[in-house]
Ligand binder design. Sequence first.
Ligand code: PHE
Length: 459
Amino acid sequence: MSDRFDAEVQAHAEDSIQREVFGTRLGFILAAVGSAVGLGNMWRFSYTASEGGGAAFVFLYIALTLIIGIPIMLAEFAAGRKSRRSPIGALRAAGGPKWIPVAFFYVGAGFLILSYYSVIAGWVVRYAFEALTVGFPADAGAHFEAISTGPQAMSYHLLFMIFTTIIVMGGIEKGIERASSLMMPALFLILIGLAAWAFTLDGAGEGYAAYLQPVWGDLLDRGTFASAAAQAFFSLSLGMGAMLTFASYLSKDENLNREAAVISFADFGVAFIAGLVVFPIVFALGLQGAVSESTVGALFIALPGAFAEMSGGRVIGALFFLALMVGALTSAISLLEVVVASIIDEFDIPRKRAALGAGTLIALFGLLSASSLDTLGLIDAVAGELFLVIGGLGLAILVGYRMEGAREELEKGASPVFRSLIPVVFVFLRYIVPPIVIFVIWDRAMNVWTVIQTTYLGG
Ligand code: PHE
């Protein structure tokens, strides 16, 4: 009995626009990996690891990816591919109209996250451009102060939003799939090359130790656990319908379970390797002091400082920031696509117009984050962490308990090994993901409160 799905499909049967599809399986994987791999991997992962447990954190992160990340990714895939709709239509098909408010959360997360993500990406574009033209500044701290907010930050943010919007206007196959297929292999190559080079540096051993020295006791800390879980959501692009939306453009009966495994592994691999690049560089130049100051600040202060000082630093730095830019761009297009696909599906507005409208609104809203790092931090804590875990909880409950045909959807094209694991996925979605995620929601809500107190109430 899949009447709700039939109704959903029928309601759109006379759509003037035929639903787009990915051209190839690899194209879908690269687009999804492109969404996952971004600023979250290239910096936040290794930074969080070094702050909380080193290798112990890495193990915790892998465990959370398996226990929470992959089941939620599969839930998104099932809901998206079965309904062939973006979040609003997909949740309506899976759970009925009552679930539509949850989907607005998703679209809101896409909107809000992109608004500040693009500001950070704008800094990246600027550093990449400067590396190619004038080199890295001698005083990286002062430089960052000067460019991170205000008109400078705004113009690069707007530039980045223009790139993002143009790609999404191009559509799934000709825009998103093509861009990801060109850019992701380049990112992998650059990153592996950089890691090999970093290995030859003098401070490499010390850098690896600071990154990975295991401190098992740190895992008992509530904050470490919750930040590892929130990091997994952000890094895997879960909890706001990005994976759901991409899966809605899959036409064939592909093995979703295998794709989820490939995507999660690639995402972790890039995050892990990025740490092997960043830490040796920072330690080779004794800049570890700059690392502990702040998450974003360090990426834009410690590393550029190192690039300015080391021989060949300009080339290495240019490659590093180019890779970062590629990662950010393929993530940004998936954030915009969630909003755009919802407008196309719900209001029958053509893609180009929907992308232009949504891109413009997000770009304008992002000016707030481009004028204040406090605002940026607050929106990150609310949308980049809290919204995602709330969205993930909703999806686990919807697909775990309510959606008809979810299991069959995951069984399509599954090999015997994967098929035998599907019941386990449902046990996780029903009984294991919800309690863990509720705990994380509580912790991240407290964190939002702390951020508000410290930045706005002077506490
Ligand atoms: N996963 C991206 C990153 O690591 C960010 C992102 C979050 C993209 C949510 C889409 C949805 O940078």
